[in-house]
Design a protein around this ligand. Structure first.
Ligand code: PLP
Length: 378
């Protein structure tokens, strides 16, 4: 099998696993236990990981809140900010191409008294900063725009939006899940107040993520009791997961840039090989995640194509949307025609993919596409 679905999740790096294992075995303590060595060791490990996460994104460790992943971080950021919004403010400005954990949370807030303005996007799925500026009203308290899209890989102009948010004195949240570790992301340079990330997209474990909360930003906890994570997220900390997230971030910090170049080179190779099989790029050519390739195979149906290539794990549209035949919202929003959207496949490269795998995957897809087209012509 060749795994090319790294936007859905990534395999755990063995260095991450090695860092985690002691905390599943002999160092099993509760990081909140204050009266013995088990607790102290666990707490020390959690604080080390906090510093590792903070360093990757340019934050202060005290600004990092551990969660169960990016979905929870997004929920905490948005509901938490809404619960503490200033008197008389109810406006949220949001991008329409967000992951469901942002979009549905924003919809929930809309059903509970917030006024939501959905931003337009261009044909590459990009939000224009001037549209953000125009959408902000005196009632707006929050803007949320993701760092990079999980389907078509579009990188958003986060820093420009951050400057607008600062000028207009509104909070700015970004779901940085797909961007962290792949592209430069520094919370201060981007001007964000809140940023979500998750371990399992950067070769860490599932079930652990973090929310960056800029010092001085007030959000309401969504899980109460216990006082962990400076009172912002109650519950015994997932020490092995947190250690894994920290280790994954450390590797991204030291190897991320180089890895991104390698992934982009492999991705470009894959694209040129698939172009010969009439696979056309969806989304942007520039300003795209280095590991993302999203193409439509002309005249074909993605489900049939994937069935014909069981050796390669990829995704049709977004992982969350697959299983249903509905055309992805993201593809709809960027104006991909329904027949092209039906033939759309997302390739997501990761740390452990090789040149040989890329060549083989392209060969298999091109072969299957040719066979299916021949059958269709009969
Ligand atoms: N945000 C984006 C952009 C994602 O791609 C994902 C993963 O599917 C999530 C949030 C959710 O992350 P998690 O699985 O950690 O809840």
């Amino acid at each position: 099998m060749i795994y090319l679905d790294n936007h859905a999740t990534t395999p755990v790096d063995l260095r991450v696993l090695d860092a985690m294992l002691p905390y599943l075995r002999e160092r099993f303590g509760n990081a909140s236990s204050r009266s013995h060595r088990y607790g102290w060791e666990a707490e020390e490990a959690v604080e080390k990981a906090r510093a590792q996460v903070a360093r990757l994104v340019g934050a202060d460790p005290r600004e990092i809140v551990f969660t169960s992943g990016a979905s929870e971080a997004n929920n905490l950021a948005l509901k938490g900010a809404a619960a503490r919004r200033p008197e008389g403010k109810d406006g949220i400005v949001a991008s329409p191409l967000e992951h469901p954990s942002v979009r549905e949370t924003v919809e929930h807030l809309a059903a509970h008294g917030c006024e939501v303005t959905w931003l337009p996007v261009d044909r590459e799925g990009r939000v224009r900063p001037e549209d953000v500026a125009n959408a902000i009203t005196p009632r707006t308290f929050l803007v949320t725009v993701m760092t990079a899209n999980n389907e078509i890989g579009t990188i958003q102009p986060v820093a420009e939006i951050g400057r607008i948010a600062a000028e207009r004195k509104v909070l700015f949240h970004t779901d940085a899940t797909q961007g962290v570790g792949k592209i430069a992301f520094d919370v201060r340079a981007e001007g964000v107040h809140l940023a979500s990330l998750t371990a399992h997209k950067i070769h860490g474990p599932k079930g652990c993520g973090a929310l960056y909360v800029r010092q001085g930003t007030e959000i309401e906890p969504q899980a109460h009791g216990g006082g962990q994570e400076r009172g912002l997220r109650a519950g015994t900390q997932n020490v092995p997961g947190i250690v894994g997230l920290g280790a994954a971030c450390e590797i991204c910090r030291s190897e991320g840039e180089e890895e991104a170049r390698r992934l982009a080179r492999m991705r470009d190779r894959l694209e040129s090989l698939l172009a010969a099989a009439e696979a056309r790029l969806n989304g942007p050519r520039e300003g795209r995640l280095p590991n993302n390739l999203h193409v439509s195979f002309k005249g074909l149906d993605a489900e049939s194509l994937m069935l014909a290539v069981p050796e390669v794990a990829v995704s049709s549209g977004s992982a969350c949307a697959s299983g249903s035949m509905e055309i992805s919202r993201v593809l709809k929003a960027i104006g991909i025609r329904p027949d092209a959207a039906k033939g759309a496949i997302r390739f997501g490269l990761g740390r452990f993919n090789t040149d040989a795998e890329v060549e083989e995957a392209a060969r298999l897809f091109a072969g299957a596409a040719a066979r299916l087209r021949k059958v269709a012509r009969r």
